[in-house]
Design a protein around this ligand. Structure first.
Ligand SMILES: O=P(O)(O)OC[C@H]1O[C@H](OP(=O)(O)OP(=O)(O)O)[C@H](O)[C@@H]1O
Ligand SMILES: O=c1cc[nH]c(=O)[nH]1
Ligand SMILES: [Mg+2]
Length: 208
């Protein structure tokens, strides 16, 4: 299913706390991280396994370990940074790349200001992270940057999506599996998600 909406009760409860305008930066950061960890658990459900033999203290056992492509997490700066710790808690061996984009407040177009990726990114399964998918411009551009470098296996994880952003993303990159914790109602005239949670970057870093 694409997009996949993750409506687990724990995720939904934590999103309600995130939305509350009285939730401060410390708690907001902790919640984003916890939600990312829960999303990571679901988004890695299709990882391939291979059988290995291990000697337990009692007997030999045929058991399974993850096989196949290694992973890389690529947060879109700044707000995507809030999701990295939760993802790494479950997959500590993943490498981390960074794509810096900011959305122009007048045109709402994304502008690139930074890109640093692991050397072997092309051979990895890449999880692009951003809590907010509004118009979709930032996600579409970040994924295009990765594809231009030769990355083939990409997933996109966001906490809150607007219908407009989901449409733009799935049309531009139909091969990318999208995971989103909640699909909100619409965008307002400033292209903020309604009801949303405000500016995720500002709330994570306390810049407003
Ligand atoms: O779908 P879009 O319309 O492109 O909007 C979503 C983008 O806007 C926010 O970033 P912002 O530009 O506020 O940068 P920040 O994370 O540094 O605050 C958010 O974190 C996304 O990257
Ligand atoms: O609602 C929105 C839209 C874009 N970026 C955010 O952080 N929040
Ligand atoms: Mg912001």
């Amino acid at each position: 299913m694409n997009p996949m909406i993750m409506d687990h009760p724990l995720i939904q409860h934590k999103i309600s706390l995130l939305r509350d305008k009285n939730t401060g930066s410390k708690e907001f950061r902790e919640l984003i991280s916890e939600i990312a960890m829960l999303m990571c658990y679901e988004a890695t459900r299709d990882l391939p396994l291979k059988e290995v033999e291990i000697e337990t203290p009692v007997a030999m056992a045929k058991t399974k370990v993850i096989s196949g492509r290694k992973m890389a997490f690529v947060p879109i700066l700044r707000a995507g940074l809030g999701m990295v710790e939760g993802m790494l808690a479950l997959v500590p061996a993943a490498k981390v790349g960074h794509i810096g984009l900011y959305r122009d407040p007048e045109t709402f177009e994304p502008h690139e200001y930074y890109c640093k990726l692991p050397m072997d990114i092309v051979s990895r399964e890449v999880y692009v992270l951003d809590p907010m998918l509004a118009t979709g411009g930032s996600a579409v551009d970040a994924i295009q940057m990765l594809k231009d470098k030769g990355v083939k296996h990409i997933k996109f994880l966001c906490v809150i999506a607007a219908p407009e952003g989901l449409k733009a993303l799935t049309e531009a990159h139909p091969d990318v599996q999208v995971y989103c914790a909640n699909l909100d109602e619409k965008l307002n005239e400033h292209k903020y998600i309604v009801p949303g949670l405000g500016d995720a970057g500002d709330r994570i870093f306390g810049t407003k």
